[in-house]
Design a protein around this ligand. Sequence first.
Ligand SMILES: [Zn+2]
Ligand SMILES: [Zn+2]
Ligand SMILES: [Zn+2]
Length: 300
Amino acid sequence: MTCRHYWNPTDTGFECADCGATTHACHTCQRPADTANEACTRCVNRYHQTLADIDHALAHPMAPILHLKATRYDTTTRGGGDSMPFGIGQELEDPEVLAAQLSGTKRTVLELTRNPKTLGDALKNWADMWAEEHGHTVTGNPTDYLRTMTIWATNNPETSAWHDHWEEIRHIRKRLWHLVGLNPQYEPTPCVYCGSTLKREWTANGLTDQIICTGRDCERRIYKDEEELARLNRTYIKLAPNKVPDAHLTREEIRTVYPKLKRNTLNVWIKRGHIKPADQNERGQDLYRLDDITQRLREA
Ligand SMILES: [Zn+2]
Ligand SMILES: [Zn+2]
Ligand SMILES: [Zn+2]
């Protein structure tokens, strides 16, 4: 039976508490490496997934409109964008605005750029830089070339500038997904269960019906669709008087919990001081304790 290894950190890396085997730390995630290579399999896989995500964005229907297709197939170096037709959706940036953003934040050009060409060029430059080290010429898709060179690059981090590359490739992926519109869409309402942001993902067939909670510890995580979310919202609100009696609510919110309570009745209670505000929200609206309303309704 092979040992599953229980790694303890040592001065030079890790040692297994069960079988005494040793290994080095992955230079990318610092966890115990599972092979003799400098980067662990998990990091290599993550890198390949990032490249696959970039390809996915470049194959998106929006890619040709943004002139991103050239990144994939055109290997000739072109100067500037003068040969490009007026591109719909092509948001070339104002160099001065970009410079101001760069000096105001700790971010890099790749994190801020709205110019697809900048991203395509960065990708090509990396492929060319690695190719130069080997006397290769990149003739196809730069991501294909980067993929074939992964083990060399991770095992020669200085020559390949692997750590910078790792950072940059992830920025490129993120910006490309943003430009073609693949980034998740955030829902206007928070999660009923945990209050975290809800999102829907874009797929090849458009936006998914499924709504995902971004809260890591959320007991719900996934809503089948908008209908389910709305239904659970209503159910939750009905349970509110028992579940969260101390909740502080606005007059409007009170009427969502108790739809049969007339606006006028509530106003009279407040005016006569039967119900007193417990707090104010950031918009200066009075908030009332839910249980005070519940008690008053029982008496009425
Ligand atoms: Zn072991
Ligand atoms: Zn790793
Ligand atoms: Zn949640």
